[in-house]
Design a protein around this ligand. Structure first.
Ligand SMILES: Nc1ncnc2c1ncn2[C@@H]1O[C@H](COP(=O)(O)OP(=O)(O)OP(=O)(O)O)[C@@H](O)[C@H]1O
Ligand SMILES: [Mg+2]
Length: 279
């Protein structure tokens, strides 16, 4: 569905995305994980036609994206990193506004908006002014807005930032339902458990490059199966990774009870990746 070939984006002398290649299959949920400034938003902005790559090219659904390719733009949905709602319009009016942008015929608008309100569980708030919504509701409305044109591919840049766990889980349910409808999803997040729960494949990105790209299971397997956390003599937390439980236990034995032995998780992979890059 998405085929990125060697794209680079430079801002002056600074390389934000660096000769990046990536393929994302149809129907897949692909997660981009990386520290602040890794280049995730820049990559997404290129894919949705908001920024022109400095070099390289990419295809979405077999087509080249550019500012004027409305046919391709109609196939994509966008949930940007920053809130893109009109705060002085109601929930419903925000959606009506989007249907006008996509020139959806008037006789289809009512049903579509009803369906979207049900999908994002905002029906009982349809007349509430957007400025009076909670953070979680705003994020849900942004997703509904991105679905107005029934896109094949949806880009979500940190869709659950700054909202509570309950609201985040509701959004995860929405994204799972979108996967069931066969949509291709590209999501960036700083919540590692979110990527672990939702994504078929995860790309670990830093300094404009994707360094590892695999399933969560395989990314974990590269590092091991068990993690031991312990305080070193400087009261800093250290992590050690093991494939075999008996090796982990042997190591733990030398730590005089001052440790936690647990299953290795995706956070370990990310932490190890980020720390290696710092060193
Ligand atoms: N318009 C711009 N001009 C110059 N530099 C920019 C511009 N936009 C982004 N950058 C720089 O490019 C790098 C990548 O930014 P980007 O927003 O893509 O990162 P990100 O991975 O989305 O980070 P975050 O997790 O904080 O959202 C950063 O160092 C940023 O300062
Ligand atoms: Mg970003």
């Amino acid at each position: 569905m998405i085929d990125i070939k060697n794209i680079t984006k430079e801002y002056g002398d600074f390389v934000a995305v660096d000769h990046l290649s990536l393929k994302i299959e149809k129907g897949m949920c692909f997660g981009l994980l990386g520290p602040n400034g890794a280049g995730k938003t820049t990559l997404i902005k290129m894919l949705i036609g908001l920024l022109k790559p400095t070099s390289g090219e990419f295809l979405i659904a077999g087509e080249k994206m550019n500012r004027n390719n409305t046919k391709l733009k109609n196939k994509i949905g966008i949930v940007p990193q920053h809130i893109n709602l009109d705060k002085d319009l109601s929930v419903k009016e925000n959606l009506i506004f989007s249907t006008k942008l996509y020139k959806i015929p008037r006789n289809k608008t009512k049903q579509l908006i009803d369906d979207l309100l049900a999908f994002c569980e905002l029906r009982s708030f349809e007349d509430r002014l957007t400025k009076n919504l909670s953070g979680g509701m705003k994020r849900k409305l942004m997703i509904a807005k991105a679905l107005v044109n029934d896109p094949e591919v949806i880009f979500l840049d940190e869709p659950t930032v700054g909202i509570d766990l309950n609201a985040r889980r509701k959004i995860w349910d929405m994204l799972k339902r979108m996967q069931d409808l066969g949509k291709t999803i590209i999501i960036t997040t700083h919540y590692i458990e979110e990527a672990d729960y939702l994504c078929d494949k995860i790309g670990l990105m830093d300094q404009g490059k994707i360094f590892h790209c695999d399933t969560s299971k395989n990314l974990k397997k590269q590092l091991g199966t068990y993690t031991i956390e312990y305080f070193n003599e400087h009261k800093n937390t250290e992590y050690k990774y093991f494939t075999l439980l008996e090796d982990a236990k042997k190591y733990a034995h030398s730590l005089n009870d001052n440790y936690l032995l647990r299953s290795l998780n995706l956070e370990d992979v990310f932490y190890n990746f980020a720390n290696k890059k710092v060193k």
